[in-house]
Design a binder for this molecule. Structure first.
Ligand SMILES: [Zn+2]
Length: 451
């Protein structure tokens, strides 16, 4: 136990003695073992700032009991607001800190759902900003995305660009109320939609299956990446699988609790099982005109429904994680190799989005964008793996992939000036770099777009 977690453990015990905390007694014991989120992974970490404690469900209520996490104090303010998110709850006033500044509530209180969704939404955004190495904007001109942890009744959640919000629904199941805001998987998935919309505003305007299914896949890939930041989950994953990520496991399954309860009620939405999507799958692509609209068994068959079809790309993404992990690990169950793999794949994903199409796309386009990202970030280090995965998934044939890579390699090396801050610099760049290296006709007059 580190000094930090020791002092938190003592703080919890004191709180418990004074009966000032909402957390029940056993959480104090948990404090000893759950401060495992590695420092470099915490989006809330900052220099010289204090931390506050929050209680959350790692990944999903179905996977484990609540645990304690820390946020940098400046990322969580009374009423659950920071520079990018604010909680506005239909059910209850937003949580206030206790006397020590902590936000420790127990499931059953609306404040727990507020803190859980606020924490994971913030975590998800900071994770991608770290990968992108820049601030990632929303798709709308407003500073904050609103989170409503009790938006309505149902077993789902949503991102609304129009209302600038993430809404999480809940439903009554026998004696328990199931809240989707309690699932880190679902919160990360919906926040992923908002982040991708900020980067590629036209994807969710598209009528095409590719762009819409990639949006869904991006949400599920986000949930997997967020879960792989949590050392207590990684430890359980490695214990469970013995280090073989190709064995069925909880990380590869998205939103277990909501789905199991809905399944128990026999509910299906649009011919698919709600949420539960397994990234560990064997789907291979099917030409669009052969994809059924209403498959006989949506669990086992790809269809034209975007959530259903998204599983194909998420499956390929998971294969890439497993493949890079197998290359990196030094020992059978190597926690450090999981960290390394996660960050390589997270960087590839965010770079692929930035290098990929801006509107309509097929999964083949996005596979090419992954190859381009690998070429840019790693000089093609993972090309063989990527080509193999996308070929086996029938997303992009190995011949087409090799042809694309050859084209990438033959691109001229354009050297942009340090700054294009005058028309002289711009015209010099145009003639010396763009026209000559791209072999554009020299007798053509170029005019600025705004002219
Ligand atoms: Zn979604």
């Amino acid at each position: 136990m580190t000094d930090n977690s020791t002092s938190t453990f003592n703080l919890l015990r004191r709180l418990q003695e004074q009966n000032e905390s909402d957390a029940p007694a056993d959480i104090a014991q948990k404090a000893e073992t759950t401060f495992t989120l590695q420092p470099q992974a915490q989006p809330e970490l900052g220099q010289g700032q204090g931390f506050v404690n929050v209680t959350v469900y790692p990944q999903d209520p179905f996977v484990s009991d609540p645990e304690i996490r820390q946020m940098t104090a400046s990322y969580i303010n009374p009423g659950l607001v920071n520079s990018r998110f604010q909680v506005q709850d239909h059910l209850a006033a937003p949580a206030q800190p206790d006397a020590q500044g902590n936000y420790m509530f127990w499931p059953g209180k609306p404040e727990f759902d507020q803190v859980n969704s606020f924490y994971y939404a913030t975590f998800t955004l900071r994770m991608y900003e770290r990968y992108a190495q820049r601030a990632l904007p929303w798709s709308f001109h407003q500073e904050r995305l609103t989170i409503d942890p009790h938006a309505g009744v149902g077993g789902n959640a949503y991102y609304s660009e129009l209302d600038h919000m993430l809404g999480f629904n809940g439903f009554q199941d026998d004696n328990a109320v199931i809240q989707s805001s309690q699932s880190a998987d679902i919160v990360s998935h919906e926040t992923g939609h908002a982040i991708l919309d900020g980067m590629r505003d036209l994807y969710n305007e598209s009528f095409g299956l590719g762009s819409n299914a990639f949006h869904e896949s991006f949400g599920d890939m986000t949930a997997v990446l967020v879960a792989l930041h949590d050392d207590s989950l990684i430890k359980r994953l490695l214990d469970w699988t013995g280090g073989d990520l190709r064995i069925d496991n909880f990380i590869s399954v998205i939103a277990e609790q909501v789905t199991k309860r809905l399944q128990a009620h026999g509910e299906k939405v649009q011919g698919r099982t709600v949420y539960l999507r397994n990234a560990l799958n064997k789907f291979t692509d099917v030409p669009f005109d052969q994809l059924p609209t209403t498959p006989t068994d949506p669990e086992l068959e790809l269809s034209r429904e975007k959530h259903n079809y998204s599983r194909l790309f998420t499956g390929a993404f998971y294969d890439i994680i497993a493949g890079i992990y197998e290359q990196m690990r030094q020992v059978p169950a190597d926690r450090i190799a999981i960290h390394g793999t996660r960050d390589i794949v997270g960087n590839l994903l965010i770079s692929a989005v930035e290098l990929g199409p801006v509107c309509e796309l097929t999964f083949a386009d996005m596979a090419q964008a992954f190859l381009a990202a690998d070429n840019l970030l790693h000089d093609g280090k993972y090309t063989d793996l990527l080509v193999d995965v996308f070929d086996r998934r029938k997303i992009l044939s190995s011949a087409a992939a090799r042809e694309f890579i050859a084209k990438l390699k033959s691109l001229p090396d354009l050297q942009a000036p340090a700054a294009v801050d005058s028309s002289e610099v711009a015209i010099t760049f145009l003639h010396e770099q763009v026209v000559s290296k791209l072999n554009l006709p020299t007798d053509t007059a170029f005019s600025p777009l705004a002219a």
